[in-house]
Design a binder for this molecule. Structure first.
Ligand code: MGD
Ligand code: MGD
Ligand code: SF4
Ligand code: MO
Length: 693
């Protein structure tokens, strides 16, 4: 047996707690951290494939500086010193000419952002953007408008639920190991599962009720369901009276939206809607409506998500065992939180770029506004972009269209472990050490039982890479702001973070996590307080009203595709993470390419049989591609579906290069398409032409 190192998996952004076994300096085995509830040894396919990624020569091995035109794939190797000097010189020139604010950084939100936020703050720029506009921003804004808490400050107690409703939340494929285990535990104890999707997924196969819905019509379904719950008096009147504001307005608003009306829009029968309402009534308050995740990518997704959260409140399933919960942090357990690395760094003088944009959506930090500023120079120019853990060119729509924005940059840097599409288009690539080769800053995992968690280096870096903390420390030094990053080792950082918390670095040795509460922490039921302006759950939100957005928006029917056209829907496979793992030797073997799901009756009309090649053309005709058809009755006739992340254009990734098609390339003209209220990217407002190839 080798030695055990506790870490947080880095093969997708969920960052599950893991235990790594190391023998003779090599990783021998990785498993879910046995000391963490919900993990208990389990790991997903991608997590296990970390081993093949670690020993893969097709990852970035050394700093690279562009030696040809952007995207030409011509690189020269550079030392770290040379690459960092190159970046610092360009950043200084940009800041001298356009101001400190002209440098922006994009990041993956989640557990480790204190480092990156502190870094960009040290450079004097307010322009920090996380990935969430391309993910769950609408959901985040929706839950805030009702409860005042962000998405990450809430959770679900699946293991104790009696009925779990997932609308476009494909929980068994777009997975998070703990969540999957908790849902399965709940189901073993008798919880029912209702699933709504435009296609039948693995989650549909495990569900008690599966409803196939017309693409983009979820709001109609939820309005019909709410109508039935209110009309039949299935809601928790006492909970609503005590904790919610705006119920009278909701009652009035919902009047026209009967289940019969909803059926015509969403194609889920009125009988099914009524039956579901009755089932939920029976299970309440131990009912969970998941607020949606990537479902949130239509023009009205903010309101879909808002209605999902609102239903939790109507049924009284808030902050209760088996329901929707508020995640607790150190403060809720009478403990002190981690100290921020940015605590002593002065706030930038300027406002973030989207603060000054007219007609903006809720919140700030929307990447689309950063893009607009790159292109127009308004309200001020953004001329340098550092992409860290966020591959904008595959995660935002239309990579060719994006070049019109990115080409205005004087500097594009990618810090990655992979040759991502953004890295390939960058001026400099800095290779970060893999998660197995590095330690990260300590993080807080909020929840009913909050904890601090650590990612510790398991093995020495195989190539000339560096951990993120060191990259940002060295760059800060070269930018002349080294006083804010005085760290010589990760332990220096950990000590600053842990100051005053009563926790020491050694406390992580035994389990990799330090629990902050033995028992689940709930607010007292009769003294619930939320972070909204009124302290109540606001069915009519003061913040929305202040920003001239309605709280209860009348329904608008989604667009129907023209003949021969389909709405392009995408999603996840349990064996791949976005576009980052298709070249992984193990995962590529499991799933080397994607196909196009198409409804069997539609296929017959086009003379397409299962396995035939079909040609897909982007909305503006500028791009097309050929792929095999997966002809199936299990998808709505208005939609076609492909897995996200395939169709790599990077020749150095020999296993995934040119395999399958990339959904993003078909999303032409959508770079600035967003949900007007939540600000999330409206990827699914994309209609492609499909014909037999
Ligand atoms: N068309 C379409 N677009 C989508 C989606 C879709 O399904 N279809 N999905 C959307 C969603 S939900 C999201 S969250 C985004 C995801 O978009 P991203 O956040 O861009 O995707 P990730 O796969 O998380 O990884 C981002 C980059 O981080 C790199 N990376 C991985 N590990 C490390 C590491 O340890 N260090 C460093 N420095 N880099 C690392 C990866 O190689 C990758 O290039 O895409 C969105 N865009
Ligand atoms: N294996 C794996 N797991 C992951 C990830 C990964 O890359 N790989 N990524 C993680 C991330 S960042 C995210 S955001 C989550 C995403 O988690 P999810 O949102 O659950 O996953 P997706 O597969 O993006 O989309 C879910 C489903 O929405 C359906 N859908 C499309 N249009 C509609 C509609 O109009 N109505 C309804 N009801 N359904 C519709 C699609 O058919 C798809 O099956 O997954 C996370 N987990
Ligand atoms: S879901 Fe899988 S890949 Fe993602 S962090 Fe957890 S184990 Fe790793
Ligand atoms: Mo996401």
């Amino acid at each position: 047996m080798g030695k055990f190192v506790y870490s947080l998996c880095g093969m997708c952004a969920v960052r599950c707690p893991v235990r790594v076994e190391v023998e003779g300096g090599r990783v021998r085995w990785i498993e879910g951290n046995p000391h963490v509830g919900g993990m208990e040894g389990s790991l997903c396919a991608k997590g296990s494939a970390a081993i093949s990624f670690e020993y893969d020569s097709e990852r970035v091995q050394t700093p690279l500086i562009r030696a040809g035109a952007r995207g030409s794939g011509k690189w020269r190797k550079a030392s770290w010193d040379e690459a960092l000097d190159y970046i610092a010189d360009k950043l200084k020139a940009v800041q001298a000419r356009y101001g400190k604010k002209a440098v922006a950084l994009t990041d993956r939100s989640g557990l480790f952002t204190d480092l990156t936020k502190s870094f960009i703050k040290a450079l004097g720029s307010p322009n920090y953007f996380d990935h969430d506009d391309s993910c769950a921003k609408n959901v985040n804004m929706a839950v805030q408008s009702l409860f005042g808490y962000g998405r990450g400050e809430t959770g679900y107690d699946y293991a104790n639920a009696k009925h779990i409703v997932l609308v476009g939340r494909n929980i068994f494929e777009a997975l998070n190991v703990k969540e999957v285990n908790n849902v399965l535990n709940g189901m073993e104890k008798g919880a029912k599962l209702t699933y709504v999707d435009v296609r039948a997924t693995t989650t549909a196969a495990k569900a008690d009720n599966f409803y196939r819905i017309r693409p983009g019509a979820d709001y109609a379904f939820l309005l019909g369901l709410t109508h039935e719950i209110i009309e039949k008096g299935y809601y928790d009147a006492e909970f609503v009276a005590r904790n919610c504001s705006g119920f009278d307005e909701l009652k009035e608003f919902i009047q026209p939206y009967t289940p019969e009306w909803a059926e015509k829009e969403c194609e889920i029968s009125a009988a099914n809607i009524r039956d579901l309402a009755a089932q939920l009534h029976e299970a309440a308050p131990k009912v969970i409506f998941h607020g949606g995740w990537m479902l949130a990518r239509y023009y009205d997704s903010f309101y879909v998500s808002r209605m999902l959260y609102l239903l939790n409140a109507l049924l009284g399933s808030v902050e209760i065992k088996g329901g929707f919960t508020i995640a607790k942090g150190p403060g809720d357990c009478g403990r002190k939180g981690l100290q921020s690395l940015g605590k002593n760094i002065p706030e930038p003088e300027d406002k973030i770029v989207d603060a000054a944009m007219p007609g903006k959506s809720m919140g700030t930090g929307h990447i689309v506004n950063c893009y607009k500023a790159m292109k127009t120079g308004e309200p001020y120019p953004i001329r340098a972009l550092i992409c860290y853990r966020y591959d904008v060119m595959t995660s935002l729509p239309d990579p060719e269209g994006q070049k019109k924005y990115l080409d205005n940059l004087d500097l594009l840097v990618s810090i990655d472990v992979n040759y991502s599409e953004t890295a390939w288009y960058a001026d400099v690539i800095l290779p970060e050490a893999t998660y197995l080769e590095r330690s990260n800053i300590i993080c807080t995992q909020k929840g009913l039982k909050p904890q601090f968690a650590i990612r510790r280096q398991a093995v020495e870096p195989l190539y000339d890479s560096k951990p993120g903390w060191e990259i940002f420390t060295l760059l800060a030094e070269k930018m002349g702001v080294g006083q804010y990053f005085p760290y010589k080792s990760i332990e220096d950082i950990w000590r600053v973070q842990l100051e005053g918390t009563g926790v020491s670095i050694e406390d992580f040795d035994a389990k990799g996590v330090v629990g902050l509460s033995k028992d689940a922490v709930f607010q007292e039921r009769d003294k619930l307080k939320f972070k909204t302006p009124s302290g109540k759950i606001e069915f009519v939100s003061q913040n929305l009203t202040k920003n001239n957005f309605p709280s209860l928006k009348p329904y608008v029917s989604p667009q129907k595709p023209a003949p021969g056209h389909f709405r392009l829907v995408f999603g996840r496979s349990p064996a791949q993470a976005h576009a980052q793992s298709q070249n992984n030797a193990y995962l590529n073997e499991i799933l080397p390419t994607n196909t196009l799901w198409i409804n069997d009756k539609e296929a017959v009309k086009m003379g397409v049989a299962h396995g035939d090649k079909v040609k897909i053309t982007a909305p503006d005709g500028s791009y097309s591609g050929v792929i095999a058809a997966n002809v199936t009755p299990f998808i709505h006739p208005e939609a076609v579906f492909m897995l996200h992340g395939f169709g790599s254009a990077i020749p150095l990734k020999t296993r995934s290069f040119g395999k399958g098609l990339s959904d993003n390339r078909f999303e032409t003209g959508l770079v600035e398409a967003i949900d007007p209220v939540g600000g999330g990217v409206a990827y699914l407002e994309c209609f492609v032409k499909v014909e037999k190839a």
